[in-house]
Ligand binder design. Structure first.
Ligand code: PMP
Ligand code: GLN
Length: 379
């Protein structure tokens, strides 16, 4: 694991604290969750949900997840055998990769990729095969031929993150059809990361890969409460998949953490069942914040890629005369009192990603305004 060192999120958040900068790096909201969700967690602790819950998760949360997948996407999962709870999406992704991928197997990832993907593929002794997302008319997408060319005899799985962090892309049905066709043709397992499933903007719609023809039986779908309910510190996520996959993934998960914090499971079950309207308000407010930040970044001189979902705007730093995002991100606190994430670290093809930096907009309006005012002084 030597090459992995400290994650970029830890490095940049520490830099923000050390320099007193505005932290538009690590993606976490600066306003709280719904009051009902907080009350549900406190009530869970008070009423005694303080010992080990069952390994696969509390039945009430597995039922709430199954109900959400059914109502929202028409996907039916048996809460007893096809749903289980993980320590955030991170543990779901790690358990899925460790369970389903053998040493020497290859895993396809769209780069820039979320950093934990590279690490868990390495932990599994497997090899990642990046397929690059590139801007086409202002939106990051992949070339279907490049995706097909990345598949080889050892390819076992594909990791699909939509809405995509950090590119901001929400894959269209046509893009997902291309991915699904590759999975069916080469008998691949799809592992989907849907943590931003509610956070889509304008007319973008989150379509789970498992809803496409022939995909439910080969897809391990992962999501979590962190982003949907503004509780990133609760680290409560879930996996839905056909029972044999769930058994395999659960076998790994039980030896990583065995189970997941009981009170948060109760509170998240409550949130999934009761807070859809609150989440819709959050989505609308994030869309306005996205526009606020994009406008400010453009005024500061960056080329900003308006995301279709997530918390993040990816920018091209070259119009301001910078070429290396890592260098800029390390200097930005001193230059402007702002922290960002150099997305270069999420690329294998470092030169492709060298000039991109990511800013988060899951922040109060006044924080975004102050940050863009500071960034405007970069020129
Ligand atoms: N995947 C992506 C794309 C993310 O941005 C994050 C951060 N929320 C995670 C996974 C991790 O989610 P969790 O905090 O639920 O482990
Ligand atoms: N998912 C969040 C981001 O992309 C935070 C990740 C983390 O701290 N590991 O910024």
């Amino acid at each position: 694991m030597r090459e992995f060192g400290e994650t970029i999120f830890a490095e940049m958040s520490a830099l923000a604290v050390r320099t007193g900068s505005i932290n538009l790096g690590q993606g976490f909201p600066d306003s709280g969750p719904a009051q009902g969700v907080l009350d549900a967690a406190i009530e869970a602790i008070r009423s005694g949900a303080n010992q080990y819950p069952p390994g696969p998760g509390l039945p009430e949360l597995r039922e709430a997840v199954a109900a959400q997948r059914l109502e929202r996407y028409g996907l039916s999962y048996d809460p007893a055998t096809e749903v289980f709870v993980t320590v955030g999406a991170t543990e779901g992704i790690a358990s899925a990769v460790l369970a389903l991928v053998e040493p020497g197997d290859e895993v396809l990832v769209f780069e820039p990729y979320y950093d934990s993907y590279a690490a868990v593929i390495a932990l599994a002794g497997a090899v990642r095969r990046p397929v690059t997302l590139r801007p086409v008319e202002g939106r990051f997408t992949f070339d279907p031929d490049e995706l097909r060319a990345a598949v080889g005899p050892r390819t076992r799985a594909i990791l699909v993150n939509s809405p995509h962090n950090p590119a901001g892309t929400v894959f269209t049905r046509a893009e997902l059809e291309t991915i699904a066709a590759v999975c069916r043709e080469h008998d691949l397992v799809a592992i989907t990361d849907e943590v931003y499933e509610y956070l889509t903007f304008d007319d973008a719609e989150h379509i789970p890969l498992a809803t496409l023809d022939g995909m439910r039986e080969r897809t391990v779908s992962i999501s979590s409460a962190g982003k949907s309910f503004s509780v990133t510190g609760w680290k409560t996520g879930w996996v839905t998949a056909p029972a044999p996959y769930v058994r395999a993934v659960q076998t790994v998960k039980q030896f990583l953490t065995f189970t997941v914090s009981a009170p948060y499971q109760r509170a998240v079950a409550y949130a999934l069942a009761n807070e859809a309207q609150w989440v819709e308000e959050l989505r609308k407010s994030l869309q306005a914040k996205r526009d606020r930040l994009v406008t400010g970044l453009e005024a500061a001189g960056f080329v900003a890629y308006r995301p279709q979902g997530t918390y993040f705007v990816q920018v091209d730093i070259r119009p301001l005369g910078f070429t290396d995002g890592i260098e800029l991100a390390r200097a930005l606190p001193e230059k402007a009192g702002v922290v960002a994430i150099p997305t270069q670290v999420f690329y294998d093809n470092a030169e492709t990603g060298a000039h991109f930096v990511r800013f988060a907009f899951c922040k109060k309006d006044e924080v975004i305004d102050e940050a863009v005012e500071r960034l405007a002084r970069l020129r």
